[in-house]
Design a protein around this ligand. Structure first.
Ligand code: WQD
Length: 339
């Protein structure tokens, strides 16, 4: 049985759906800070499967222990954590407390119940502005620019240090690039709280008429069209990456105690190219204006994905057009459901 902390969130819910459809037994622990219980209903509707859900805070060790006592947990995928960059800048203690405490509580509980396999949801933000593009896992980290990124960086080190002294613990750290899109059913997807910070939900809300116009933050970067380049990856490709990582761990194919993998497409697209692809794939015009650069943005960030292909046998398959079409279908569903 696989425990997904934060399994009702954006990446977690898509991974839960794919795990269930691949015959895995899943249990979810989520406090619904970044989600709502109807996501659980939709996962059940998509998969036709029944699974346990615990509405708990992962920092609550007693509540967490109950999950390990009542379920034969074989591995944990740790999604739970706050992830809004702007919020992390405004409330750093809240971010460090929650993201690090939940990880420490999880590690102590896993140790107590002899569960030795852990996959961690990390982020390419730990690279900062990498001097090496495309970015390999060996690129320097620790040049984070916000408490959210630093919390991921600190947790990576907590996991590595813990695995190094645990005789049979194995950890996989997955560094996500830019997850976008939604499950093809249109029933689950990204649910930003308030005004979206990220590009794709802002584009789909502009397409839906919820936002009047998209502000493109900077058009004078040293890139092919002056706008920032990112490695956008379909959330379902990302979910598949977690299954490949799980098979790698459960199959004892890992060499060291901790292994780090980039989950990206290896291709970079500019903001203008994303807008263009969205318009061509949905037939919807996106009004935009150029605005000043956003603090903290780096000109280019896209992955070297050779290691995941070599060791996990995983690579992304969906195109940017697939991501735009699936993101729009989810937005249309949200409009109908008044989400
Ligand atoms: C992409 C590009 C913006 C909004 C962040 C986190 C990363 C990960 C993904 C969690 C940038 C531009 C955006 C808008 C714009 N999250 N943009 N107008 O900043 O690359 O990555 O989200 O793991 O950790 O750092 O993603 O979607 O915010 O921005 O022009 O209204 O779109 O300037 O160039 P980002 P993003």
């Amino acid at each position: 049985m696989i425990l997904l902390t934060g399994g009702a969130g954006y990446i977690g819910s898509h991974t839960a759906t794919l795990l269930l459809n691949n015959g895995y037994d899943v249990v979810i622990a989520d406090n619904f800070y970044n989600s709502t219980p109807d996501v659980i209903r939709f996962i059940g509707q998509i998969t036709g499967k029944v699974f346990q859900v615990y509405n708990i805070d992962v920092t609550d060790k007693d509540a967490l222990a109950q999950i390990f006592i009542c379920n034969p947990i074989e591995a944990v995928i740790h999604f739970a954590g706050y992830k809004a960059i702007g919020e992390s800048v405004q409330h750093p203690v809240k971010y460090y407390r929650n993201n690090i405490d939940s990880t420490l509580s999880l590690l102590e509980t896993m140790n107590e119940y002899h569960v030795n396999h852990l996959i961690f949801s990390s982020s390419a933000t730990v690279y900062g502005q990498s001097p090496i593009i495309p970015i390999p896992e060996s690129a320097p980290t620790g040049h984070c620019i916000n408490p959210y990124g630093w919390s991921k960086y600190f947790i990576e080190h907590i996991l590595t240090d813990t695995a190094n002294v645990s005789s049979n613990m194995s950890v996989v750290i997955l560094r996500y690039f830019n997850p976008i899109g939604a499950h093809e059913s249109g029933l689950i997807g990204e649910r930003p709280n308030g005004v979206p910070n990220n590009l794709m939900p802002y584009i789909t809300q502009t397409a839906a008429g919820i936002r009047n116009i998209l502000h493109v933050f900077g058009n004078n970067y040293p890139t092919r069209d002056g706008t920032c380049v990112r490695d956008y990856i379909h959330v379902m490709d990302l979910a598949q990456g977690h299954i490949s990582a799980l098979e790698y761990l459960l199959g004892h194919r890992n060499h060291g105690n901790t292994e780090i993998f980039n989950l990206g497409t290896g291709k970079g697209y500019s903001v203008l190219e994303v807008i263009k692809t969205f318009e061509l794939s949905t037939g919807i015009k996106i009004p935009f204006i150029f605005a000043p650069r956003r603090a903290g943005d780096v000109p280019e960030c896209y992955a070297d994905v050779k290691k995941a292909a070599r060791l996990l046998g995983w690579s992304s398959r969906k195109t940017l057009a697939d991501m735009c079409i699936d993101a729009w279908r989810w937005q249309e569903f949200c409009l109908k459901q008044h989400i």
